[in-house]
Design a protein around this ligand. Sequence first.
Ligand SMILES: [Zn+2]
Length: 160
Amino acid sequence: MIRRGLALLLALLLCGALAFADAALPDAEQPDAAEAEENAGEPSEEEAPRPAKGYVLVSTSTQTGWLPLPEEGEYSYHLKQTMPDGTEVENVIHLTPDGVYMEDSTCENHDCVEQGEVTLENREERILSNMIICLPNQVWLQLFTPEEVLEMVQEQQSAG
Ligand SMILES: [Zn+2]
């Protein structure tokens, strides 16, 4: 039951709070969401949405959003920003079933690309822990487990 509660909460989170990801992935297939709609009105234990293995919190100086790790396959998310001085910058965030890395970036030092992949397995050992940081473009990536995301949401709700 705890597992199911978690899945439902995450589903709500995904529907309500992931405008960032929705806007970012117009072509991404969302079979789970489509199925859930078709089957609305006949809830069943088996059709409860499954949480992703991990979620990436993407933060810039002006916005934040969540990107779920794909269940299978990989995808890239192109984060484009206009900096305060008017320059256009872009970071390409690559998500795999296990983790996330910065595939490419318009920043000059490419530190973010060299920080490699964060996975749920290696984040304890990395110097930057669960983070990938692009300082020039002001982009922070952090990888969390579904349980950690849930905790953050609950904290936010109790604080609000
Ligand atoms: Zn960078």
